[in-house]
Design a protein around this ligand. Structure first.
Ligand code: SAH
Length: 357
């Protein structure tokens, strides 16, 4: 799909055409990654964060009770994931130096010794030596959204770490390439409707996903958090500003599916925050094929407040039972096993997997 076509879709405000795009993306999803919806157990292991991102409620300056889960607590969640039949555990956190290389390595070894789970890490921008050590310790996947491919916009909303060299124009794009070289299944993505994000810029983001050949795509609408600079300020919004709506995010999910047909694409929490279960299901029906139910104890979930209204308090078993019913109602099946990205499998299979026409 060429750039003018992407832009035309992004600028379109016509419900009938949106429905047609969603159907096309759904067909491409079915043909390339199948009907299974993979469930990933999500555990937000720490809300400490060293960064000062203008959009995120975990930013260092915010007064927020901080927690860091212990290994045993995290292992309990891993056991829970296995009991519920999930094939993957996703460990996410703020960018927390307290999660040391050794702590995470030992945790990975323990999870791998005790369970058959695939493990996805989403711990922010870490030194290459950490990423390499964690891969060696058994980590399978790494999610690092590039947030926006526009280096200037990124610098504004996601101030670089003080020690970062000026030559590091877009640290996240650079790290994504490195993660791929380390053999990780690699996940990128962006927020839709960041103040200052234009349709042109969002088209760049979509093209960046294809150029990076990502295995997973995490994207969702920007949700303003009143206790952050981007939630407080009357943000500078130009005429070409992308709306931070569920509708827009869903259109971007469909376009991402068309551009990266073999990627795993979750229907994300931010989509569910704006649109509830209906919104989350709608994304599954227009390109997405993954859901990440939260397995952390409710007392921690409440504190992982990257934006308001995010955390449900329902128990994991209740959420799981409802999700399974919803997936069935969509005419889909629940994925079994680790559910690796077909994009990654194609790259690593020998001989290369057969091309789907
Ligand atoms: N520290 C990790 C994980 C961050 S939380 C990292 O930086 O990669 C995961 C994602 O939540 C972020 O990558 C960002 O895209 C999203 N997010 C953060 N604040 C948000 C907000 N206000 N609205 C919508 N999404 C947000």
């Amino acid at each position: 799909m060429d750039r003018p076509t992407i832009l035309a879709w992004l600028r379109r405000r016509d419900p009938e055409r949106w429905a047609a795009l969603g159907r096309e993306a759904d067909a491409v999803r079915a043909a390339h990654v199948g009907d299974a919806v993979h469930l990933r157990g999500l555990v937000e292991i720490s809300n400490h964060c060293a960064r000062t991102c203008l959009y995120c409620g975990l930013r260092a300056q915010r007064a927020l009770p901080r927690y860091r889960m212990g290994s045993e607590e995290i292992l309990d969640c891993a056991r829970r994931a296995e009991e519920l039949g999930y094939g993957t555990l996703v460990l996410q956190a703020g960018e927390d130096p307290g999660l040391t290389r050794a702590f995470v390595s030992e945790l990975l070894l323990a999870i791998k010794a005790e369970t058959p789970l695939a493990v996805t890490l989403s711990l922010g921008e870490r030194p290459e030596a950490d990423l390499a050590a964690w891969r060696d310790a058994g980590a399978d996947r790494y999610l690092l959204r590039f947030e926006t491919s526009d280096s200037d916009l990124l610098r504004q909303i996601h101030p670089p770490r003080p020690e970062a060299p000026a030559s590091d124009v877009h640290p996240r794009l650079a790290l994504l390439r490195r993660l791929r070289e380390l053999g990780y299944e690699t996940g990128g993505g962006m927020m839709v409707g960041i103040p200052g994000q234009t349709h042109e810029s969002l088209a760049d983001d979509l093209q960046a996903l294809a150029a990076l050949d990502v295995d997973m795509i995490g994207l969702g609408p920007f949700v303003a958090h009143p206790e952050t600079p981007l939630g407080l300020a009357a943000a500078p919004v130009g005429p070409d500003q992308v709306p931070a709506t569920e509708r827009m995010a869903r259109t971007v999910v469909s376009l991402a599916r068309l551009l990266c047909p073999w990627a795993n694409i979750p229907s994300t929490t931010a989509l569910a925050t704006l649109g509830g279960a209906v919104g989350q299901d709608a994304a599954l029906a227009c390109g997405a094929n993954v859901v990440m139910p939260n397995l952390a104890p409710a007392r921690y979930r409440r504190l992982y407040e990257i934006y308001p209204g995010k955390s449900g308090q329902a128990g994991a078993a209740t959420v799981d039972a409802l999700l399974r019913l919803r997936i069935e109602a969509l005419g889909r099946t629940v994925g079994v096993g680790p559910g690796a990205s077909p994009n990654w499998l194609r790259r690593h299979a020998a001989p290369p997997a057969k091309e789907t026409p």
